[in-house]
Design a protein around this ligand. Structure first.
Ligand code: ZN
Ligand code: ZN
Length: 318
């Protein structure tokens, strides 16, 4: 089968063996896959991953041993737990120490004609939800993870740093529960794409954005955390969404002085992302799609995704 593989270089291969379904697993035919910041980090060396890339997809179940799933349109949770540790038994495969992660750690990803996932990871896509919206369930669920982690009351003032896809999704999700949310980013076109209901946007942290109760760093850059800590009020909360390949130095003294709570935040539950799409049918996801390329033009698609003015770049598979 065709697959986009990374072995130190990005290569479109045509000789990759198709996965075959083990009991309790499905072989899925992805139709659309999203390129995300993590994929760009992986090709810079993040986590040393080698193999087929991709963890954001909407697709069709091609083969499995459960007829109830055959032929269904699905999205798939990306963490594959061991199934028997304490975390897995508590439904937290996302934190299983033995976990593999679709296209990120120890398991081939979805930028291929076929990929394999446990049936337990699949979530059916409702009929009214097109692939071009469903492909956002993974990054949207990651944004929803903030709501699972923090008990927000609705009166907090929140600032999201970073006008990339993850920053915009976090700002949208927060603005479903908070009245005062500002997205800070340098790109006028991205700020324009982010406008939705009462969400405010700003080109740079000004006085307005200081002393926020909650600051989310979704800059994808090493300076984001320090900036977030600077904007956060004493005893406020900073949520870190940025993962970068390179280690970096940061002065943590302000975290101590201001008694800031730092919260790392990664993947969320897909049912939360799907619920968010269901409850907010006007969520303007289509504005986040910079362009679509066939899998055969994946090199070009990754180049496009890397450009600073790009938001989500999608790969059409088949
Ligand atoms: Zn991602
Ligand atoms: Zn486990």
């Amino acid at each position: 089968m065709k697959a986009l593989s990374f072995d130190g270089k990005l290569r479109l291969r045509t000789d990759v063996p198709e996965p075959s379904p083990s009991p309790g697993w499905a072989v899925v035919r992805p139709r659309l896959a999203g390129i995300c910041g993590t994929d760009l980090q992986i090709i810079e060396g993040y986590r040393g991953f080698r193999g087929i890339l991709g963890h954001e997809f909407a697709g069709i179940v091609e083969r499995c041993d459960d007829p109830a799933w055959a032929g269904r349109r699905v999205v798939g949770e990306i963490n594959i737990g061991c199934g028997h540790c304490e975390a897995c038994r508590a439904g937290l495969e996302r934190h299983c120490l033995e976990r593999r992660v679709l296209g990120i750690a120890g398991h081939p990803g979805c930028m291929a004609e076929f990929c394999a996932l446990p049936l337990a990871n699949l979530v059916a896509v409702p009929d009214g939800l097109g692939d071009e919206r469903a492909v956002f369930v993974e990054p949207l669920s990651a944004a929803c993870e903030i709501l699972e982690q923090l008990p927000l009351r609705g009166r907090e003032r929140a600032v999201v740093l970073g006008d990339g896809t993850q920053g915009i999704l976090c700002a949208w999700v927060l603005s479903t529960v908070l009245a005062d949310v500002t997205l800070v980013g340098h790109h006028p076109a991205k700020r324009e794409a982010a406008r939705w209901h009462h969400l405010k946007t700003s080109p740079g942290p000004g006085r307005e954005e200081r002393s926020a109760d909650l600051v989310v760093d979704a800059t994808g850059s090493a300076r984001g955390l320090a900036e977030a800590v600077d904007l956060c009020r004493p005893r406020g909360t900073v949520v870190l969404k940025t993962t970068i390949a390179e280690p970096f130095d940061i002065d943590l003294a302000p975290v101590v002085r201001k008694e800031i709570t730092l919260v790392g935040s990664r993947c969320g539950r897909f049912r939360d992302g799907l619920q968010m799409l269901h409850d907010n049918p006007d969520l303007p996801l289509e504005r986040l799609v910079t362009s679509r390329y066939p899998l055969e033009s994946a090199g070009e698609a990754f180049e496009r995704a890397r450009q600073r003015e790009s938001l989500k770049v999608l790969l059409e598979i088949q």
